[in-house]
Design a protein around this ligand. Sequence first.
Ligand code: NAD
Ligand code: DAU
Length: 376
Amino acid sequence: MKRNILITGGAGFIGSHVVRLFVNKYPDYNIVNLDKLTYAGNLANLKDVEDRPNYKFVKADIADLDDMRRIIVEYKIDGIIHLAAESHVDRSIKDPFTFARTNVMGTLALLQAAKEYWESLPERYDGKLFYHISTDEVYGALELTHPEGVPAPFTTKASSEDDMAYGTEFFVETTKYNPHSPYSASKASSDHFVRAYHDTYGMPTLVTNCSNNYGPYQFPEKLIPLFINNIRHGKPLPVYGKGENVRDWLFVEDHARAIDLIFHKGKEAETYNIGGFNEWKNIDLIKVIIKTVDRLLGNPEGSSEKLITYVTDRLGHDMRYAIDSRKLQSELGWEPSLQFEEGIEKTVRWYLDHQDWMDNITSGDYEKYYNNMYKI
Ligand code: NAD
Ligand code: DAU
C-alpha cells in the first residue's frame, strides 16, 4: 500500500536507523525525513539511502508551525513517527529552554499541523497515526535496593544466564510520571500533549517509552561512543559519581524493529514500554567496553582501566532505570534479538571501523561540509 510517512529527527541516532529500516523495507512508502540538523543531526548517517527514490530529506524546525503545516500538506502525510528532540540530559541541565522549545513546543506544533491537515480531509483520521517516541526517563528513578544484583526476573534473548536486576521495581506502562531532569520534564510534557490530542480531538496517537539505546551512529556525547573514542585516543574516561547508576541497554536496531511493529500493529491510544531486560551498573558496563576495545585494538585486556577518572556527579542523577516490556512481548510478539555481549562487540567494532565518521564529528567537519553540501 502507498503511504506518505513523515519521520522527524531522522538525521539523529535512532531516527537514522528507523529511516533506513523503512526506506529498505517499504519501497512503496514515501519516507520524508524532517530534521533541523542541530549539532546532533548528521546526514552522513544516511549516506546509504540518500539516493533512494522513496526517500526525501527536508530541513526544518518542528517548532515552526507554519513550516509544519506547509510540509505536512505538501507531502500529503498520512503517518508520523516523531523522534526529533533535544536528547542529552547534561545539555538540558545547562540549557533547559532549548529543551522546552523543541521537545514541548515543537511536538505541539507538529500535532497541531497534523490535526489541521487530517481534519480537512474527507476521510479525516482514518488510516492516520501520530506515533510519538519517548523515553523511560519520564517515569523518574528507581531505587537500587539490590546493589550487588539479584537474578533478573524476566528471561529474554537480551539476557545472559547471569543477568542481574538491581532492584525489585520496574517501570510499567501505568507507572506514574515523575521526571527529574529538564530533559525528562520536557519529554513528559510532550507525551501529555500527544495523549491530550487523542483524548480531546480524537486524533489517532500512540506513545512508546524506551530505555537506553546503544549501537552505531550515536553522537559521541553519550556514554558508550564517548568512552570508545576516548579509550582509542588514551583520553580520560569521566565516570560520574561512583559509577553505581544503573541503566537498561537496548541495541538500537531492536528499537527500530519495535517502532516498525508498533507503527503497523500497535493499538491506537496505547502506550508500550520498550526495553532490553538488560541492566548494567555504569562502572561494570565501562569495564566491558574497556576490555572489548583493548582486545580489538590488540592491547592487553583491561589495560585502559587506568583511564577511568571519577568526576563530580551529574546534578539530579537518576539512580536506576529498568523497563518491563512484557506488554509489547505478549501483545505484539517483540523481543530483543541480540544478546548484550554480541551487541556491544558489534558496536565497538563499528566505531573502530568508522573512525572517519567519528573524526568528522569531533573535528566539526560534519556540520561544515556534509550537512551544508546537502541540497535542501
Ligand atoms: P539524537 O539527539 O541523536 O537526534 C535527535 C535528532 O533530532 C537530530 O537529528 C536533530 O537534528 C533533530 N532535531 C533536534 N531539534 C530539532 C528541531 N527543533 N526540529 C527538527 N529536528 C530537530 O537523539 P536520539 O538519541 O536519536 O533520540 C531520538 C528520540 O528518541 C528522542 O525523542 C529521544 O527522546 C528518544 N529516546 C532516545 C533514547 C536513547 O537512548 N538515545 C532512548 C529512549 C528515547
Ligand atoms: O533512558 C533513556 C535515555 O537514555 C534517553 O531518553 C536519553 O535521550 C539518552 O541520552 C539516555 O540518557 P542517559 O542520561 O542515561 O544517557 P548517557 O549516555 O548520557 O549516560 C548514561 C549513564 O552514564 C548515566 O548514568 C550518566 C553516565 N555518564 C554519562 C556520560 C556522558 C558518565 O558516567 N559519564 C559520562 O561522561
